[in-house]
Ligand binder design. Structure first.
Ligand code: NI
Length: 135
């Protein structure tokens, strides 16, 4: 960060109280720290929403590997997009459930499309994509 600029922000007292409670839960030292992080998140979110912007991300999945042909389907989808899939981590959680984390790199729009396809696959119980950027 080069120069520090100061701004004054006016907001509803109730909203500010909620924000302060949020900062306390998150162990922020002060409002400025929390405010900066929210601004960064918003800007990163906007940037990575652009379909051709370069992005990196992780897709976390939980699924029951007993679901008929699900493992094969998920593997096939990853092979079809092997240019996007950097690495995968697989954890056998219990008798039924698997946790899989995919590290993805490429155009944000393509990553999002692949993630949505995987999450929507029958038998995937939960999926969450986190996109970020180095830019
Ligand atoms: Ni497993």
């Amino acid at each position: 960060m080069s120069t520090l600029a100061r701004i004054g922000v006016a907001m509803d007292a109730e909203l500010l109280a909620d924000f302060d409670a949020y900062l306390e839960r998150r162990k922020y030292a002060n409002r400025s720290e929390g405010f900066r992080d929210l601004v960064r998140d918003a800007l990163i979110g906007e940037k990575t929403a652009k379909s051709n912007a370069p992005a990196v991300g992780t897709l976390t999945l939980v699924y029951d590997h007993h679901t008929r042909s699900l493992s094969e389907k998920l593997t096939a989808m990853q092979h079809e997009h092997q240019d996007l899939v950097v690495s995968t981590l697989h954890v056998h959680l219990d008798h039924h459930n698997c946790l899989e984390v995919l590290v993805l790199r490429g155009q944000a729009g393509r990553i999002r499309q692949l993630a949505e396809g995987i999450i929507a696959t029958k038998g995937v119980q939960h999926g969450q994509l986190t996109l970020t950027t180095t830019a």
